[in-house]
Design a protein around this ligand. Structure first.
Ligand SMILES: [Fe+2]
Length: 510
């Protein structure tokens, strides 16, 4: 902190500064012991400028070192891939069914559960409850929805009547392979559904708050190495994280930031799509990671940087994606404040002897684009622009990619890494390049903004990016704040971007 910053701040607040004030501040800065500096400055300002809120201004320069919360990795998949057989897919789906069945069994609406094979022995018109995986879904000639539900004992048809408005709306949005509970009336080889139950987040889920006044910041999708990486905008983020940019309140958030999450796609990669070499400024993945490491080396060292991979990063693309391999990203992996985890992964932050931590589920979000199209209500109302609603859809299903085909995955025969269990406090994704957040049953859903201007590839994939934003979460209040570091207009096509760039160039020339 220097005298000019303080004087500028006071002038901004409309205060008249004379020579004696300047000299007094200079003296305090020069002669105060470091551990008393903040208190002495505050006392001076309270006396001389009682109407100016200096508390937040000064806190941005003094990081609270008493907040001792730490990072604990709850789940990060590190297993090496082994050969898989068709049988492994069967086992995997059985494991997935059992995990979600276990969650559904705790739901009070599903009392008196029956296995599907036993329903067939029941007489007509009995009330029954079943849990099953949707193996088929079709619309009947009369506009009802007919599901085929499977459990480990067999399969049965389930009818959703079109005259039950609430139920048919839920039915339209159901996905292949998701596991649901149904309460209904038995018929011959059919169940007429009255209620559909999702594994869901219980209403009793608490809004967990940290005792420490720390912030976590969420970003993703740098696509570093691409020739449209937003360098200038990202450098502003680095300045802000060092409390050298922004309003006093914004600098205060920077000073309180203890965790920086990067939810995948650090680099643009090489050979991801045909003709990509034309969009690259850095031509090797190693150089792209070194560039990221150089950028992140400017993040203050007290901030832990937690990184999961995305589909543009190196390594296998099937989920769970293992942490970014150190042989490709050596500089990054050697940084002492960097923690590399898998995609998906669970990380707890602000953990201490007194506090169990805020649990964060990181998922790059490959399945989000599938569901933007597959869920009829989402598709009809904006698709990818409703990414926060897609995240809520997945939370209700307690699975990151319920349908086979929604993402690429490795069929683990011990557990399904894509099941959402435990329930996180914060669920963070990227991939869609939009900055959005919504809270569902006390789970904060965050989709991170990207750091690349729109490319032909993004345009082809139907992305409408909102690049250059960060999302900060107060761990003490759970308040979510957005900051936009991008001064350019958001565009949804390359042509619009080029038109904007040339208009700006003309303006600058004048
Ligand atoms: Fe991605």
């Amino acid at each position: 902190m220097n005298i000019t910053t303080i004087i500028n701040f006071l002038v901004d607040q409309g205060e008249l500064i004379d020579e004696s004030i300047e000299q007094s501040i200079e003296k305090i800065l020069k002669y105060s012991p470091q551990n008393e500096l903040k208190d002495r400055l505050l006392a001076f300002f309270k006396n001389k400028f009682p109407d100016v809120d200096t508390t937040s201004f000064f806190s941005s320069f003094f990081v609270n070192k008493n907040n001792q919360g730490r990072v604990s990795i709850l789940k990060s998949h590190e297993k090496n891939p082994s050969k898989r057989s068709v049988q492994d897919f069967v086992k995997y789906f059985n494991i997935r069914f059992k995990s979600l069945e276990k969650i559904l069994k705790s739901r009070s609406e599903l009392t008196g559960l029956t296995s599907i094979s036993r329903i067939k022995q029941k007489s007509d018109r009995e009330t029954v409850s079943i849990i099953g995986m949707i193996s088929d879904k079709a619309e009947t000639r009369n506009g009802h929805i007919m599901l085929t539900l499977e459990d480990l004992s067999g399969s049965i048809k389930v009818l959703i009547n079109k005259d039950n408005k609430e139920l048919i709306d839920l039915g339209k949005d159901l996905s292949f392979d998701e596991v649901i509970g149904v309460v209904g009336t038995s018929g011959s080889d059919i169940v007429f559904s009255n209620t559909i139950i999702f594994p869901d987040i219980p209403l009793s889920k608490e809004l967990k708050k940290s005792p420490y006044d720390n912030y976590a910041v969420f970003i993703s999708d740098f696509h570093a190495g691409s020739n449209v990486f937003l360098k200038k905008e990202f450098h502003k983020v680095l300045l802000w994280l060092n409390a050298k940019l922004g309003s006093p309140a914004q600098r205060e958030i920077a000073a309180k930031t203890k965790y920086l999450f990067i939810v995948g796609d650090l680099i643009e990669g090489v050979g991801i799509y045909p003709g990509q070499e034309n969009d690259l400024e850095i031509l090797s993945t190693k150089d792209q990671y070194d560039y990221v490491a150089d950028l992140l080396s400017k993040v203050p060292k007290h901030i832990k940087i937690i990184i999961c991979p995305g589909n543009h990063d190196v390594g296998r693309i099937a989920e769970p994606q293992l942490p970014i391999p150190s042989e490709y990203a050596q500089k990054l992996s050697l940084m002492e404040n960097v923690i590399l985890v898998s995609n998906p992964s669970y990380v707890s932050i602000d953990v201490s002897d007194e506090f169990s931590g805020i649990d964060v589920l990181l998922y790059h979000g490959y399945s989000l684009i599938y569901y933007a199209d597959a869920i009829s209500s989402i598709r009809a109302n904006g698709g990818q622009k409703l990414v926060d609603d897609i995240m809520i859809y997945l939370l209700k299903r307690r699975h990151l990619a319920p349908s086979h085909g929604a993402t690429l995955y490795v069929p683990d025969t011990y557990e399904d890494p894509l099941v959402i269990d435990p329930i996180p406090d914060i669920f963070a994704t990227g991939h869609i390049h939009r900055a959005q957040s919504k809270t569902y049953r006390n789970v904060t859903c965050i989709n991170c903004s990207g750091w690349g201007a729109i490319t032909e590839d993004q345009e082809k994939r139907g992305l409408e990016p909102q690049p250059g934003r960060i999302i900060a979460v107060s761990l003490k209040t759970r308040e979510v704040k957005f900051m936009n570091f991008n001064s350019s207009k958001d565009v949804s096509t390359v042509a619009e971007r080029l038109a904007n760039e040339s208009a700006l160039a003309k303006k600058n020339k004048k």
